[in-house]
Design a protein around this ligand. Structure first.
Ligand code: NI
Length: 176
């Protein structure tokens, strides 16, 4: 299982509205295995398919960043079906190295998705897992966490991204 290159801002693949997975089989299983390895190698707590150049609605999340194999979530065609509360905490993104900022999101979410065989399931997530899942689901719609910032936080992100577009990324990061 190879570690895949992570696409960095401003790669246009990060702005794509990804297509639903319709074929469940060996190719999808291989993609997900590679994504999990890539996420753990980074290390990050989540990775979405467009971040490795694949325009499909697939995400992997692991709030333990590789410490607990049981914690890995594979989400195919995921969607938020319910959410509650509000929480603000720091986020980063493997595709935007060296930048973190506080993002406000629902505190808990219920997610409907399918597994690698196409079987539907639902999960309830809270705390870091809820945040990571919402961050990765945004990626599937071409949305980055910096898009969710407002006010001074947004200004800070915009000036960072302007420098990034001008100079290129500094190095690979350690965030989700
Ligand atoms: Ni990200």
């Amino acid at each position: 299982m190879p570690v895949l290159p992570i696409r960095l801002y401003p790669d246009p693949v990060l702005r794509v509205e990804c297509a639903p997975v319709e074929e469940f089989g060996a190719d999808l299983t291989r993609l997900v295995a590679d994504m999990i390895e890539t996420m753990h190698e980074a290390p990050g707590v989540g990775l979405a398919a467009p971040q490795v150049g694949v325009e499909l609605r697939v995400a992997v999340v692991d709030p333990t960043a590789g410490m607990d194999p049981e914690a890995v979530r594979v989400l195919v065609n995921p969607r938020v079906v319910d959410s509650a509360g509000v929480d603000t905490d720091t986020e980063g993104c493997l595709s935007i190295p060296e930048f973190t900022e506080k993002v406000t999101r629902p505190a808990t979410v219920r997610i409907a998705a399918t597994d690698l065989e196409g079987s539907a399931f639902e999960i309830d997530a809270e705390e870091l897992e809820a945040r990571a899942i919402q961050h990765e689901l945004d990626h599937l719609d071409g949305v980055l966490f910096v898009d969710r910032l407002r006010g001074l936080r947004r200004q800070r992100a915009r000036s960072f991204l302007r420098r990034l577009r001008a100079n290129g990324p500094v190095s690979a990061g350690e965030e989700s």
